[in-house]
Design a protein around this ligand. Structure first.
Ligand SMILES: [Zn+2]
Length: 95
């Protein structure tokens, strides 16, 4: 779970999921995903997209099943996002 870089307090899973704008629930400071955290997020999203397309090509899912899979993967990514999120006090570039 992420730690606020201003007050040092840890965010709970629920606080992280609810905090779409990354405002610290303890001190109210704006936080940003760290560069390393963004890279992990980007790489995991790309891997998942490749896996979805590969699975779709192998098993020839119907549009209904494809929609269900995309919704499931999106929900899964939202739920594991807090586990890998690291925070920074300032916005860092991607590269
Ligand atoms: Zn804080």
């Amino acid at each position: 779970m992420p730690n606020c870089q201003t007050c040092g307090r840890k965010w709970t899973w629920m606080q992280t999921v609810k905090s779409l704008r990354n405002i610290c629930p303890h001190c109210g400071t704006k936080q940003y995903p760290s560069q390393a955290s963004r890279k992990k997020n980007l790489i995991s999203t790309l891997i998942l997209l490749i896996l979805i397309f590969a699975a779709n090509g192998l098993f020839d899912f119907s549009i209904g099943w494809s929609t269900v899979i995309v919704i499931f993967v999106t929900l899964a990514m939202i739920s594991i996002h807090p586990l890998f999120l690291e925070l920074s006090n300032k916005e860092e570039p991607y590269i």
